[in-house]
Ligand binder design. Structure first.
Ligand SMILES: CC(=O)N[C@H]1CCN(c2c(Cl)cnc3[nH]c(-c4cn(C)nc4C)nc23)C1
Length: 282
């Protein structure tokens, strides 16, 4: 059986590299193709020198440890990883339809069917993460990719690689998705993820984030007060779901299991699951 074979040690010579898909502080993500099988994947290259300067080695180790065990149709897969003298290489699933936030910028806003489908997909992915004791997956449109059938792929693994056009140019990244308990610095649990699902649902349907404000301080105040106003085009079903998820008290937020069963999600979602097939190392 394949378990008797020594685990294949990959190297860059096994691949042909294509265009950069995104660039970041630590390196870049390239399109790549395995030479023998022509298998297409995304290669994240991280420079050890940049990593050492930022003391993020432990975070990268933790992220690699977590990601290598997560297998879910709506979580971007990490097939393997290896390193050479100067760089670390993460072999990642390639998401052919790119980044959700670019799609949102293009379409301005999504309809109920598309948004409810995303809500079912991301809730299922997060239920799977929470079952593996993995929380706080920095959910925001920049960290969500789209698979072959347009399905959501949670692509977060610690620090985001920004494609050439940065979306939110605020200093420390977007504040729109921070949960109240994160702003107050109180301990956060997996319910921060549930809050982000509510913010994402609103942003997909409205075309802008629910607590957006000219300054970060005002955004923080709107978050703490859960100052929610819905655009006229937002359906009652969506307003009901968002109001039950965006609760200031983490434990009172509608749990993921209930989001998936919510009448608006049940009636509007058109989720399709990809067929399971053998992937790179099997
Ligand atoms: C948060 C983050 O990692 N952002 C980006 C950088 C490239 N990366 C990708 C990763 Cl890690 C995986 N698959 C991707 N597919 C694409 C992409 C496809 N199109 C048509 N356009 C793009 C862009 N990008 C990726 C994710």
């Amino acid at each position: 059986s394949s378990s008797l074979l020594p685990l294949k040690m990959w190297s860059t010579t096994d691949f042909e590299f294509g265009k950069p898909l995104g660039k970041g502080r630590f390196g870049a993500v390239y399109l790549a193709r395995e030479k023998n099988t022509h298998f297409i994947l995304a290669f994240k290259v991280i420079f050890k020198s940049a990593l050492e300067k930022s003391q993020l080695e432990h975070q990268l180790r933790r992220e690699i440890e977590i990601l290598s065990h997560l297998r879910h149709p709506n979580i971007l897969r990490m097939y393997n990883y290896f390193h050479d003298q100067t760089r670390i290489f993460l072999m990642l699933e390639y998401a052919p339809k790119g980044e959700l936030y670019k799609e949102l910028q293009k379409k301005k806003r999504f309809d109920d069917t598309r948004t409810a489908t995303y809500m079912e997909e991301i809730s299922d992915a997060l239920m799977y993460c929470h079952a593996q004791k993995v929380i706080h997956r920095d959910i925001k449109p920049e960290n969500l990719l789209l698979g072959l059938r347009g399905e959501l792929k949670l692509a977060d693994f610690g620090w985001s690689v920004h494609a050439p056009s940065l979306r939110r140019t605020t200093l420390c990244g977007t504040t729109d998705y921070l949960a109240p308990e994160m702003i107050e610095g109180s301990p956060h649990n997996e319910n921060v993820d549930v809050w982000c699902v509510g913010v994402l649902c609103y942003e997909c349907l409205a075309g802008y984030a629910p607590f957006e404000a000219p300054t970060r301080i005002e955004t923080f105040r709107r978050i703490r007060e859960v100052n929610l106003e819905f655009p006229p085009w937002m359906s009652d079903g969506a307003r009901d779901l968002i109001s039950k998820v965006l609760n200031r008290i983490p434990s009172l937020r509608l749990p993921l299991q209930e989001i998936i069963k919510h009448p608006w999600v049940k009636s509007k979602s058109r989720r399709i699951l990809p067929p399971v097939f053998n992937d790179l190392e099997e």
